[in-house]
Design a protein around this ligand. Sequence first.
Ligand code: ADP
Length: 386
Amino acid sequence: MGHTAKKIGIIGGGQLAWMMADGAQALDLHLTIQTPNQFDPAATIADDVVLGAIADAKATALLAKQCDVISFENEFIDLPALQHLENQGTLFYPQLRCLEPLLDKYDQRRYCQSLEIPSPGFVTLNSEADLPKLEASVTEIGLPLVLKTRRHGYDGQGTFILREFEAVQSTWARLGHQPILLEAFVGFERELAVMAARSQAGEIVLYPVVESQQIDQVCRRVIAPADVSDVVNQKVRHIATTLLTQLNVVGIFGIELFLTADDQVLINEIAPRTHNSGHYTLDACVTSQFEQQLRAVSGLALGSSDLKYPQAFMVNLLGFESSTSDYQERRAALAVLPNAHVYWYGKGESRPGRKLGHVTVTCDRTYSRDEINQLIHQVEALWYPV
Ligand code: ADP
């Protein structure tokens, strides 16, 4: 490898960029962040900030002038505009050609299908002109189904589980007949996730397969490692390795999957960046997902993804009201739980469902399912009002 990059630009200034602080410091990197608001979480930890919307490629052009390489914490970018910058010599990791098949949920499904990665059945509808196809499409997929907007979905925004044809019709109308995906509803037994990194030298490091629990399509908890068979572990690892190898990507991906009762593993979604299901790595792994991303994009060797504890779990602190409170008392109560690590993103404003922070608990032994559930309950009881 040639020389390593020292000045890293990150598009996006939310909690994912905020949590890069320790990794950047450990690796002695200079972080410049492109984010729309000077009060965004990562603005406080950045060495420099370029103010600009995520999709503002003019701001990214400024960012590029100050950095050796640009990476992402948010993929709601203007890809064609960034391609101009790449043509003029700006280095992006992940490479823009790797993001191209992933930014739109339909393209992502088709890409996985081309790699023969098992996926839920899907069809796309693109505009009002496709209305005559709606009934046949719903029949093809079957009910219930999952309707998803093709771009800019996050935390279940743009994902609708629908049980009747009329609901599909009215939901799509409400969305202005924008391009959508209709997907077979997977009656999963559990949801799994894995973080996977690939370096410039082509080395791949996979993190433990974890279980993630969603409520109303938003991640609530993650348990590491997932209590699954070797066969299931192998299936997940094979999917992750296939993706990273086929793309020749440099960076880190969060991969979400469904596990069915008969041990089938289907892919749900690929995030081309760090991910909520990997927050536990900050406290529980030798190298956090955030440091790993920085290692990959700056040209360093990857670090170990090994767990430092037999087990760990993470609970998201989601907003439960509209408020400007910073919840000092609740956070203080959480912080004194044994082996708890509380992260507070400093967002300034709470809304129901908004990710405000998270708690990771590292465990000195492997707990039973019941014990884990009790511990999770203990954390949630200190956060959510009864
Ligand atoms: P987002 O992009 O907002 O994260 P996802 O597509 O990951 O949305 O969906 C969020 C959640 O919705 C998933 O974690 C899962 O619980 C549920 N979900 C999504 N797709 C399906 C599906 N095809 N079958 C069953 N549940 C689904």
